[in-house]
Design a protein around this ligand. Structure first.
Ligand code: ADP
Ligand code: MG
Length: 393
C-alpha cells in the first residue's frame, strides 16, 4: 500500500538483511517472510463460531534473524530508531515489554509457556504491510518471529498449533483481544488459494482462488477513514450477538441455519437485534456460497455475494462509514464485479473484485469519488492470493 514507493526501492527482504547487518555488524542466519492478509468474505462471523475466508497479500513482513547467547532477545525494526532488548524475566511477565516490542516478547512468552526452549536471538524487521490498516501487520510480525525462532531453535512446532501460539502472543502478552483468523491466514494461506476457516473448531481448508487464471484481481483500497469508536462499537455488536444466541437457545449464532432465519427473527425482541442476527446468519451463508462457487471455478460469480455482504454490514450490522460506502459505490460504478468493506468496520479497507486489466481504472474512479467528497485520498493495491509464512532462500 505504498504507491509512492519508487520501483527501484530496496526489496523488503533486502531491507531486513541491511537492518540486521547495520544493527548487529553481522550477517543473519536466515530470513523469514510473513504476509499481510485480507478477508475475502465473512465479517463479524468469527466470534459467532462461524466462517471466514481470508487470503494472503503480496505485502510482507520480513525478519532477518541470528542466534544470541543465553536467554536474550534483541529486536530492531525499520519503524523504530532504537532496538528493544529483553531477557527471560521480561518475556515471562505479560505486558512488561510495551509498544511494538511486545509483539515479539509475546511470541517468546507464548512459546516458553507452551514448554519450548526458545533460543536467544537477534532480529531485524522490515515490512511492506501498512501498520494499523486492518491488513494484519501484527499477525505478520508474530508469524515471522515465531517461524524464525522455531527454525533457529529446531523446535518441533506442528503447523496446526502455530496460529494459536501467535494468537496467544497478541491476546495474552500484548493484551489485544483478537480472534484466530489473522494468525491462521498469515501462517497457513497458500498462493492461489483462500483459507476457509471454521472458527468453531479452527479447522481449515484451502480453496482454489486462482484470480490470475480468471483474468481477475482484487483491488484493496485503504479507506483512510479515522477509526472512531471502533472498540466500543465492536464490543456492543459482540454483546448483542451473544444476547441473541442466548434468547434463541443456541450456543452461538452459527447454529441458526439460514433456512430457519425468519422463525428465529420472530422470536427476537427488537428490530435492531433482528438486524444484527440477520447479518451474521446470512453472512455465514454467503461464505459457504462463495466457497462453493470457488470450488466450482466460478470465480466471477462471487462478485454479487461480496456486494451483498457490504449491504448487510451497512444496513443490518451498521458498521460502515461514508468513506467505505463511497469506495464500494465508486468501484461498482466503475465496473467492479463486486465490492465490500473488509475487517471489523468503522474504517479499514475495502476490496473489489475487478478484471485485472481494469484495476487501475477502478482505483482512479475511487480516488475521484473521494476527491469529490473531500475525503483523504485512499491508497490502493492490486493483489493476487500470495503464500503464507515461509523461510526465504
Ligand atoms: P494491524 O494488524 O491491522 O496492522 P494492529 O494495531 O493490530 O494493526 O497492529 C499494529 C501494531 O503491530 C503496530 O502498532 C506495531 O506495534 C506492531 N507492528 C506491526 N508491524 C510492525 C513492524 N514491522 N515493526 C514494528 N512493529 C510492528
Ligand atoms: Mg492486527
Amino acid at each position: 500500500m505504498t504507491p509512492g514507493r519508487p520501483a527501484a526501492a530496496p526489496d523488503v527482504a533486502d531491507r531486513a538483511t541491511a537492518g540486521f547487518s547495520r544493527g548487529y555488524d553481522a550477517q543473519p542466519a536466515g530470513r523469514w517472510a510473513a504476509p499481510g492478509r485480507v478477508n475475502l468474505i465473512g465479517e463479524h462471523t468469527d466470534y459467532n463460531d462461524g466462517f471466514v475466508l481470508p487470503f494472503a497479500l503480496p505485502l510482507r513482513t520480513v525478519v532477518a534473524a541470528g542466534p544470541q547467547p543465553g536467554e536474550r532477545w534483541t529486536v530492531r525494526s525499520e519503524i523504530a530508531d532504537r532496538p528493544v532488548d529483553f531477557g527471560a524475566a521480561e518475556a515471562d511477565s505479560p505486558g512488561r515489554v510495551t509498544g511494538w516490542g511486545g509483539y515479539v516478547a509475546g511470541v517468546v512468552w507464548a512459546l516458553r509457556e507452551a514448554g519450548y526452549a526458545v533460543p536467544g536471538a537477534r532480529l531485524a524487521i522490515a515490512s511492506d504491510v501498512p501498520l494499523g490498516s486492518g491488513l494484519s501487520s501484527s499477525a505478520a510480525l508474530e508469524a515471522a518471529v515465531l517461524t524464525a525462532l522455531a527454525d533457529l531453535g529446531g523446535l518441533d512446532l506442528p503447523a496446526a498449533h502455530r496460529p494459536r501460539l501467535a494468537q496467544r502472543a497478541e491476546n495474552g502478552y500484548v493484551g489485544a483481544p483478537t480472534g484466530i483468523m489473522d494468525q491462521s491466514a498469515v501462517l497457513r494461506c497458500r498462493a492461489g488459494h483462500a483459507l476457509f476457516l471454521d472458527c468453531r473448531d479452527e479447522s481449515v481448508e484451502h480453496i482454489p482462488f486462482d484470480l490470475d487464471a480468471a483474468g481477475l484481481a482484487i483491488l484493496v483500497i485503504d479507506s483512510r477513514a479515522p477509526h472512531q469508536h471502533a472498540d466500543g462499537e465492536y464490543a456492543s455488536r459482540r454483546a448483542a450477538c451473544e444476547r441473541a444466541a442466548d434468547l434463541l437457545g443456541v450456543p452461538a449464532l452459527r447454529d441458526v441455519p439460514v433456512a430457519d432465519l425468519d422463525a428465529a427473527l420472530d422470536r427476537l425482541p427488537d428490530d435492531e437485534t433482528r438486524r444484527r442476527v440477520r447479518h451474521v446468519v446470512t453472512e455465514n451463508q454467503r461464505v459457504r456460497d462463495t466457497v462453493e462457487l470457488l470450488r466450482a471455478g466460478r470465480v466471477p460469480e462471487i462478485g454479487p455475494l461480496l456486494t451483498a455482504s457490504h449491504a448487510s454490514m451497512r444496513d443490518d450490522f451498521e458498521i460502515t462509514v461514508p468513506e467505505v460506502d463511497t469506495a464500494v459505490e465508486a468501484a461498482l460504478a466503475a465496473g467492479a464485479l463486486g465490492a465490500r468493506m473488509t475487517g471489523g468496520g468503522f474504517g479499514g479497507c475495502v476490496l473489489a473484485l475487478v478484471e485485472a486489466a481494469h484495476s487501475d481504472a477502478v482505483a482512479t474512479a475511487v480516488r475521484a469519488a473521494y476527491a469529490a467528497r473531500g475525503f483523504t485520498a485512499p491508497t490502493t493495491l492490486t493483489a493476487l492470493p500470495a503464500p503464507g509464512t515461509t523461510r526465504l532462500p
